[in-house]
Design a binder for this molecule. Structure first.
Ligand SMILES: Cc1cc2nc3c(=O)[nH]c(=O)nc-3n(C[C@H](O)[C@H](O)[C@H](O)COP(=O)(O)O)c2cc1C
Length: 410
């Protein structure tokens, strides 16, 4: 990817177009797809569009601050990179590139339990920025061994995703013929052959990437495809509150649950000793009727009552979306597709560009609503699109009319 093309990408939408050009359709749609009728994809985006940001002008906004404290540490932006499985299939080295971009930008990066790269390698790239998303295995001994490895690698924060207890109904992917291991039809192979950049790299790297975390548990001599199939046979696995409590006892570091949406679940999670919640619907990739996290955030936030940070993902495509989520109470945000488009479009430089775009939009957005810091955002900056701003109380209107009559406004 020529640097100029990345520099010309003005928005996450532009990076998406570059990613679409690079990838075979079956893989691009793996990023795009939702589940079943895919109403959730629209719902996630529409939830943000229901809000306007109400500006306060003429304030001191010469310097703007988007640094955000989370778990006793200051990050340079109020958003991080969410876990996206099989990123290495979309771009060789994507996991290392995302981790590197996170370090350079000083934001957190959650590596997926379905990554190809060795956890030790990623932890060495991003020792102070990497979080690990655990895919617990059906075989508890495998989960224990993975946890030992993640702990030994020095990872600070473990993330358990709770919204995919069974494999969701990803009809678009199934119709496209996506399976693990990849078994491409002739038509799919011919289409893939038109994406020369991706294909050349895929073949040069020996085809399907090998999932390093799962390789030791797969049958001896398993190739990359068989390791992926083994992973699929072990995950998803059904987790319960008992598993959360057991993990809490087992994992010495910070422990975050991702995917909770009900306030009672959030309360129970805090009581179970978790350290943070990411309100999420898996980017609408879990179950189609799930609510948009932006719509459940205020209730979750109220239930948690400041005991642990409440973070949010799903549907963020603009810096303004992050400002809306923060105004509504999110302590931090994550993106999934946004940085994935970037890394697919342009490897490390593309991931950097995605972060830069969001960061600049957050900064400009703060200036344009007259708020000097993301930490000063509150509901007063929000207006529901379908609800006009309430009129000033009648008393104050009457006061100003009286003042006018006395000539007080000359
Ligand atoms: C291609 C892809 C793979 C994903 N893989 C995982 C995963 O392995 N684990 C997980 O918890 N979430 C996964 N997610 C969900 C993201 O972590 C995140 O919740 C979601 O993408 C946020 O929505 P957004 O894409 O609209 O930003 C994946 C999302 C995408 C698009």
């Amino acid at each position: 990817m020529a640097m100029t093309q990345l520099a010309k990408a003005l928005s996450i939408g532009d990076l998406r177009q570059l990613a679409r050009r690079r990838l075979p359709r079956i893989l691009f749609e793996l990023i795009e797809s939702g589940v079943e009728d895919e109403h959730g994809l629209d719902r996630n985006l529409a939830a943000f569009r229901r809000y306007c940001l109400l500006p306060r002008y003429l304030t001191e906004i010469e310097t703007r601050d988007q640094t955000t404290e989370l778990f006793g540490r200051r990050y340079q932006s109020p958003f991080g990179i969410g876990p996206t499985g099989f990123a290495a299939l979309l771009r060789h080295g994507a996991e290392q590139q995302l981790a590197g971009a996170a370090v350079a930008a000083d934001i957190p990066c959650i590596v997926s339990g379905a990554a190809a790269a060795p956890i030790e390698e990623l932890a060495a790239i991003a020792p102070a920025n990497l979080w690990y998303h655990l895919y617990p295995a059906k075989d508890a001994a495998i989960t224990a061994a993975i946890l030992d490895r993640v702990e030994a690698a020095g990872v600070s924060t473990l993330v358990l995703t709770v919204d995919n207890p069974v494999y969701p109904k990803r009809e678009r992917d199934t119709r496209n013929g996506f399976s693990l291991p990849l078994r491409l039809s002739l038509a799919t192979m011919l289409e893939a052959a038109t994406h020369v950049g991706w294909l050349t790299e895929y073949l040069r790297q020996g085809g399907m990437p090998r999932m390093d975390t799962w390789a030791p548990f797969a049958p001896a001599g398993a190739d990359a495809g068989e390791i992926a199939a083994f992973f699929r046979s072990q995950s998803p696995s059904i987790q319960t509150w008992r598993s959360v409590e057991a993990l809490r006892r087992r994992w010495p570091g910070r422990f975050v649950l991702k995917g909770l949406q009900h306030p009672d679940d959030a309360n129970r999670a805090v009581e179970a000793g978790i350290d943070g919640i990411i309100v999420s619907n898996h980017g609408a990739k879990s179950f189609d009727p799930l609510p948009s996290p932006l719509d459940t955030l205020p209730a979750v936030k109220a239930a948690v009552g400041g005991r642990v940070p409440v973070m949010l993902d799903s549907g963020i495509r603009r810096g303004a979306d992050i400002l809306i989520a923060r105004s509504l109470g999110a302590d931090f945000c994550f993106v999934g597709r946004a940085t994935l488009y970037g890394v697919v479009a342009g490897a490390r430089a593309g991931a950097d560009r995605a972060i830069e775009i969001l960061r600049e939009e957050v900064d400009k957005g703060l200036a344009l609503i007259g708020c000097p810091s993301v930490n000063d955002l509150h509901e007063g900056y929000l207006m529901r699109q379908d609800t006009p701003l309430p009129r000033a109380p009648a008393a104050s209107l009457a006061d100003s009319r009286r003042q006018n009559e006395r000539g007080g406004m000359t």
